[in-house]
Design a protein around this ligand. Structure first.
Ligand SMILES: [Zn+2]
Length: 206
């Protein structure tokens, strides 16, 4: 049996995607063999993400905690946004930043529709996307929503679902929904897309 503190750590590691109890135990015991400063540093790094990082209240990107700024990222604080790029994961933003093609708004879903039920993060973020578009198109117009989900079955299902949710906005012509051009091979998660291919897929979106 694992000692209690190790057991607790193992339980936390199993919350990470793709990590089962065996792998989690390996992580825990590997850490145990590190020197004390490393273990403490690890703990502090974890505490830091809770204390210094939060999410933009609009697009859900991570930002430095800044209580004076109303929890909005720089992009969401401007009124100049003409388009929103909808992505599944935080890591997708890195890939897009590397491609250097996008300097407009974002919306981070936090997963795909397979994780959807009444109370999930994805459900809430799709609701918040709807709300954002509603508010934006009242005040400014028009707005393009670019669906940049992965080219996996789940990513496609997510894009189709969002298209359906946004259908009412299409009627008044203020919102245009586009998807990335083909070119990113089927089954690719956006996080792993090649930046050059992604650049073309964004440019040629339709
Ligand atoms: Zn934002």
């Amino acid at each position: 049996m694992h000692p209690e503190p190790i057991k607790k750590l193992i339980e936390y590691f199993t919350r990470l995607p793709g990590i089962g109890p065996r792998q989690a135990a390996r992580f825990a015991y590997t850490l145990l063999d590190e020197d004390e400063a490393t273990i403490k540093g690890f703990g502090e790094a974890l505490a830091d993400i809770a204390g210094s990082i939060e999410r933009c209240g609009e697009c859900h990107r991570t930002i430095q905690k800044d209580l004076s700024e109303n929890s909005k990222c720089e992009t969401c604080r401007t009124d100049k946004m003409e388009a929103l790029l909808v992505v599944e994961k935080d890591q997708d933003l890195e890939t897009i930043a590397k491609s250097g093609t996008w300097n407009n708004g974002f919306h981070v879903l936090g997963g795909t529709v397979s994780l959807m039920n009444e109370k999930t993060r994805v459900t809430e973020r799709i609701r918040s996307l709807h709300k954002r578009i509603n508010e934006r198109t009242k005040a400014h117009s028009p707005l393009e929503v670019v669906l940049a989900t992965s080219t996996t079955t789940e990513g496609d299902a997510t894009a189709l679902y969002i298209e359906r949710v946004l259908e009412p906005f299409l009627l008044n012509g203020k919102v245009k929904v586009t998807r990335l051009a083909r070119g990113i091979s089927t089954g690719t998660e956006m996080e792993f897309a090649d930046p050059q291919t992604l650049t073309n897929a964004i440019k040629d979106r339709k």
